[in-house]
Design a protein around this ligand. Structure first.
Ligand code: HSE
Length: 305
């Protein structure tokens, strides 16, 4: 086999109470990548979309990720990559993670699955570093594994797949861009101990609630006193949208990753559709264009199509 095509899901990271360590995968939107093995040790990148992402492999997330993998393989071949992004860059639903993960999963298939999923995340971390200036895996891990994933440690990597009940996500994506590097730069460097205690109590409770299928506990646990207060002012209409989602019956929600997307979790698709309608109605008052997605939790992560 010298050619393969994969779909790579969008992901919601942080999930309010798990900054930099918790995320889940969405069934849509997703990226589509075709990878071909070539006889030269180079990486060629082509885009079939209008986002204007770099084609220079040293400046492209998929490119630097594949370079990290080729350096580990040390063999005289390379890759031709054709990317159709369904996930808009800078949206806060794991666009760079999807680029990095699709590239390494596809390449690994062509290399007869030489590397483990953890090793693939290690390579993909080079792409996340290029995109955001930081080594975090809370989008990468759910993108590769699917479902809800906790990253206990990113160095060395320690990743835990979490049991969860059937859940549905509503995402509202305002058409503004927030750079992850900038959304990280405004975070407090030090936090009060009492706030830290409440945050890790909520994360523990959320993980327990997922495994028990206890949506009421999930709802109580989806709080963050450290990151969201610093970032929410970057997103016009944030408080109103969250209140509208909760008022329409969502379990909980907040900023998706570093924003500007906002997400809500619901217990059924019908509820998630109602939440989307309520969030849209409120957001249309801002005058900012937006997209909404209602999606199941994707169980598989990047998959061959
Ligand atoms: N956990 C990261 C952040 C996700 O919130 O900065 C964005 O890539």
């Amino acid at each position: 086999m010298d050619q393969i095509r994969v779909h790579s899901p969008a992901t919601v990271s942080n999930v309010v109470c798990g900054f930099d360590c918790l995320g889940f995968a969405l069934s849509e939107p997703y990226d589509d990548i075709t990878l071909r093995l070539i006889d030269e040790p180079i990486i060629k990148i082509r885009h079939n979309d209008s986002y204007g992402l770099p084609t220079d492999p040293d400046k492209n997330v998929a490119g630097v990720t594949l370079r990290a993998m080729l350096d580990a393989v040390d063999e005289p071949f390379g890759f031709d990559v054709e990317i159709t992004k369904g996930i808009k860059p800078g949206s806060g639903i794991g666009s760079s993670a999807a680029s990095a993960c699709s590239a390494v999963v596809a390449a690994n298939e062509l290399l007869e699955r030489r590397f483990s999923k953890l090793e693939l995340i290690e390579f993909a971390m080079a792409g996340e570093m290029l995109a955001s200036g930081s080594r975090h895996a809370d989008n990468l891990a759910p993108c590769i594994y699917g479902g809800f994933v906790l990253v206990r440690s990113s160095q060395p990597l320690d990743v835990i797949e979490l049991d969860h009940p059937p859940l549905f996500a509503t995402v509202l994506h305002p058409q503004i861009e927030i750079k992850t590097s900038e959304a990280r730069a405004i975070l407090p460097r030090e936090v009060p101990l009492a706030a830290a205690v409440r945050n890790w109590s909520n994360l523990g409770a959320f993980v327990a609630a997922l495994s028990k299928g206890d949506t009421e506990l999930m709802s109580r646990a989806m709080r963050d006193e450290i990151v969201e207060p610093a970032r929410s002012s970057l997103i016009p209409g944030f408080d109103d949208v969250v209140q509208a989602g909760l008022g329409a019956g969502a379990v909980g929600g907040g900023i998706s990753g570093s924003g500007p997307s906002m997400f809500m979790i619901s217990a059924s698709r019908e509820a998630a559709d109602g939440v989307a309608a309520a969030m849209s109605e409120v957001y249309s008052r801002t005058g900012i264009e937006f997209n909404t997605y209602v999606s199941a939790i994707d169980p598989d992560g990047v998959r061959v199509v």
